[in-house]
Design a binder for this molecule. Sequence first.
Ligand SMILES: [Zn+2]
Ligand SMILES: [Zn+2]
Length: 92
Amino acid sequence: MAGRLLAGASARPYRGGMLEIRPNCERCDRDLAPHDAALICSFECTWCPDCVAGFPGRACPNCGGDLQLRPVRPAEALRRHPAGTTRVLSPA
Ligand SMILES: [Zn+2]
Ligand SMILES: [Zn+2]
């Protein structure tokens, strides 16, 4: 089934709505590679696990939203849809 999904994605270019996959933690500015563990909220505020451990209720400090482990984009998909390069920083 995953194979079918992938084939469909290559036949029909994905337009918008995909994750930026930001390159750093907004709090401590550490580099987060696309395959590194990172947590994101619905707005894709991006945080490293160490910072999230210090957030009250493990909620996003920007929007108060739920944080989830960022999905890892497969290397093949990354070639067509590279990870974002715009660093976002929200100091405490
Ligand atoms: Zn951090
Ligand atoms: Zn947020």
